[in-house]
Design a protein around this ligand. Structure first.
Ligand code: PGA
Ligand code: ZN
Length: 425
């Protein structure tokens, strides 16, 4: 314990992939070990997420985080001094109690998650282990199968198309390394198709191509062509995943596709997506309905949950209680785990364990606002999530994660096991 007691907690302001301020925390233990982590930030956020505390006002569009950083250097540092970094749950309990609000709005979920993750890194460093091994214990987790964005839409591309993420998953690859190789070819092929069509206009927030399409479905058609052009069999070797992020399309059971000028109710949206599942090699759909549309989620999961993964992101906001409730009523069959939605690592892990207990799929996910921080890759392996979602195959805040996965797979050697198709119905 003396070696792993927290001696110092330091917060600082750094910058994320959108050029906005964010919180970095650095934790030093009495034995000299140091851990560091940076909070990410979402753009299409669920209402139930831990509060991302911003200063408001004119500076940096109101996105400054001086208050959150001051909380790290003040109250949080004082409260954690002397606590054992090896006891993550007890540390996170101190953080949650210190904040004292249900939504972490007083100290800021961004302050808390940066500190919580930095403590985990420090404990792993003190044990002389990489974080994934420290979290996973004796039995190494599987290398997660990556969902990789090829076109970015919705809130990440000025709503140029309605669907937020058009992704591929290389489920027949035999390793994480090969999954990235295949994905790289699809990404290149998609870029060539856009160039030939005269619609190559750079990339969206997560590095996927800016989606210059006449309809949402044209995005799907182009994605399937890109898989074929890259030399792969759609559905067999490489399948499609979507994040509809439907909370951005409406609520109260009404939805609007701006690109196509179409309005529909939950069943209309569900039927449109079910039609896509029939016609395209889709294996996973995230947030097909809005966060307030539990009934819609239940009907959609009943209709297609045997064929595809139905993922709750904004709907579940990495909350174990919500996961258990959704599992009880049959809404979704998989959870997206974004640690900053919860606010501490222990709560994020609890959401993942609740999903696992329900027999659900689990996907550890980045946010659209990211940095060089690669903690989530370690979580995906250490917690044996089976799937990871990081954005596209461009921009270094994304590639840093993919590259960390390669290092982890290499260090696992022959013990490495790739999740591949396992997670999908
Ligand atoms: P974000 O959304 O912009 O809130 O990070 C990403 C997602 O919906 O998965
Ligand atoms: Zn999402």
């Amino acid at each position: 314990m003396t070696e792993t007691a927290i001696a110092q907690v330091k917060g600082r302001r750094v910058w994320d992939s959108r050029g906005r301020p964010t919180v970095e925390a650095e934790v030093r233990l009495t034995g000299g070990a140091v851990g560091r982590a940076i909070a990410p930030a979402g753009a299409s956020r669920g209402r139930g997420e831990a509060v991302d505390l911003r200063d408001g006002g004119d500076r940096f569009g109101g996105f400054d985080v001086q208050t959150a950083v001051a909380h790290v250097n003040g109250e949080i540092a004082t409260a954690l001094c002397g606590a054992d970094a090896a006891g993550q749950e007890a540390v996170d309990r101190i953080l949650v109690d210190l904040d004292g609000t249900p939504d972490k709005g007083r100290l800021g979920g961004n302050a808390l998650i940066a500190v919580s993750m930095a403590v985990a890194h420090a404990a792993a460093a003190a044990a002389g282990e990489p974080l994934w091994r420290h979290l996973g214990g004796e039995k190494p987790g599987r290398m997660p199968v990556p969902q990789v964005q090829i076109f970015g839409g919705g809130a990440h591309a000025g709503r140029r198309v309605d669907i937020q993420d058009f992704m591929v998953v290389a489920l027949a690859a035999d390793s994480f390394c090969q999954a990235l190789e295949w994905t790289a070819e699809v990404y290149r092929a998609a870029g060539r198709l856009m160039e030939q069509a005269g619609t190559l206009q750079g990339v969206a927030d997560e590095g996927g191509y800016w989606p210059v399409f006449a309809t949402n479905e044209e995005g799907l058609e182009t994605l399937v062509r890109a898989i074929e052009d890259a030399g792969f069999v759609p559905g067999e070797q490489i399948a499609v995943c979507l994040d509809v992020a439907a909370s951005q399309l409406g609520g109260g059971g009404r939805y609007r596709l701006g690109l196509e000028g179409r309005e529909m109710d939950s069943d209309g949206l569900g039927e449109m997506l079910a039609g896509w599942i029939e016609r395209y090699p889709i294996v996973s759909i995230e947030d097909p309905l809005a966060e307030d549309d539990e009934e819609g989620f239940i009907r959609f999961t009943r209709a297609v949950g045997g064929k595809v993964q139905v993922v709750g992101d904004d709907f579940l906001v990495t909350d174990a209680g919500r996961v258990r409730r959704a599992a009880a009523v049959g809404a979704c069959n998989a959870v997206l785990v974004k640690p900053n939605q919860a606010g501490t690592l222990s709560e994020a892990r609890a959401a993942l364990e609740a999903a696992r207990a329900a027999g659900w799929g689990t996907i550890v996910s980045a946010r659209s606002g990211e940095t060089e921080d690669v903690t989530i890759v370690h979580l995906a392996v250490g917690w044996d999530a089976g799937q990871i979602k990081v954005g596209s195959f461009a921009r270094s805040e994304r590639m840093a994660k993919w590259n960390e996965g390669l290092r982890i797979e290499e260090s696992l050697g022959p013990a490495a096991r790739f999740a591949g198709r396992e997670p999908f119905p």
